[in-house]
Design a protein around this ligand. Structure first.
Ligand SMILES: Nc1ncnc2c1ncn2[C@@H]1O[C@H](COP(=O)(O)OP(=O)(O)OP(=O)(O)O)[C@@H](O)[C@H]1O
Length: 307
């Protein structure tokens, strides 16, 4: 049985138009399916939870939306071997599709999902922090604290973006990033990697934690991230001069960020990230408020996914 969870609002409403065409194809294919369309933030998570809470039979849950919708679905799923996850990217950033090298053509993706030739076991990350009690949030692509998360918060703030969310693709991330750079401030902090290695920094602008290489619609912050090796790649942007952030961001934008002054990469199964004042946090671009301390860890090869 196929269950489709669809965000019609993805990519500024293009999700609805794409879904209309896809549903026609699905109907024609004759498969057994049910489709659920979200009406607001939080719906996809609730739907995924309800569909998988007492699974007795194998089922395929297909997310039709952007990375934010994938994040919601991932967080609602009761993950088991009866469950297979499928994805049709219709968002604006689509970093998961980029990481998995999926076609951007929704019809081709549907065809692949209805006739799967390859099912892989994928890693995902778990981010945790203390609110009044511990909060756990899964992420598929990336999570982060500092500048990159502040850009996500800016885009999610419907009143404060000045219409940025309507700009297609990564243009909106670039404009939001440029605005954010004006007010960005560095923070002292440290990482503890796999419970063993402690690394200190005086001027952290952001720490970006990756299961897949890019975020923000193609900014390559983790060139060596591998999505089924049980490890996360961390990118720490740290520099005393804000100007040095520009070449780091430009390299990431061009897709060839490597070793350079102001950026360090680490690989680990889990990490503690501490900064000395609360900074914005995101998980797959979704708002996780401001935090001083995060834990991240990789869950190895637990999610069955159609590729
Ligand atoms: N029906 C809806 N109306 C308004 N917002 C919704 C609806 N359904 C989901 N959302 C919210 O829309 C936001 C954006 O969705 P999503 O990330 O899938 O698309 P996108 O932003 O276009 O793509 P990407 O994250 O790949 O850039 C998410 O925060 C999600 O919770």
């Amino acid at each position: 049985m196929y269950y489709f969870i669809v965000n019609p609002n993805a990519h500024g409403g293009r999700g609805a138009k794409i879904w209309k065409k896809l549903e026609h194809q699905i109907h024609k294919s004759g498969i057994s399916y049910e489709a659920y369309q979200t009406e607001a933030s939080g719906d996809a998570r609730r739907m995924a939870a309800e569909l998988t809470a007492n699974m007795q039979e194998p089922a395929t849950i297909v997310t039709v939306g952007g990375d934010g919708t994938v994040n919601e679905v991932l967080n609602g799923l009761a993950i088991s071997d009866l469950l297979t996850f499928g994805y049709i990217p219709t968002g604006s950033g689509n970093d998961l599709a980029r990481g998995l090298n999926l076609s951007r053509n929704p019809k081709k993706c549907l065809k692949r999902i209805l006739n799967p030739s390859e099912i892989c076991r994928m890693d995902y990350g778990i981010l945790s922090y203390e609110d009044e009690e511990p909060v756990y949030r899964r992420f598929m692509v990336s999570s982060g604290i500092g500048f990159d998360a502040a850009v996500c918060h800016r885009l999610l703030d419907k009143n404060g973006t000045g219409g940025l969310r309507q700009i297609p693709g990564r243009g909106r991330y670039i404009l939001a990033g440029l605005k954010q750079l004006l007010t960005a401030k560095a923070s002292r902090g440290y990482l503890i990697l796999d419970g063993e290695r402690r690394v200190e920094f005086n001027h952290i602008y952001f720490v970006s934690v990756h299961n897949h290489g890019t975020e923000g619609g193609g900014f390559l912050f983790a060139p060596k991230a591998v999505c089924d090796d049980g490890e996360l790649e961390l990118c720490v942007a740290h520099t005393a001069s804000k100007l040095r952030l520009f070449p780091v961001l430009l390299d990431a934008y061009r897709g060839h960020l490597g070793r350079r002054r102001g950026v360090h990469f680490y690989r680990c199964r889990e990490a503690v990230i501490h900064v000395d004042r609360p900074l914005p946090v995101h998980a797959d671009g979704e708002n996780c408020f401001c935090q001083e301390e995060l834990r991240v860890r990789c869950v190895k090869k637990k999610l069955r996914m159609i590729l």
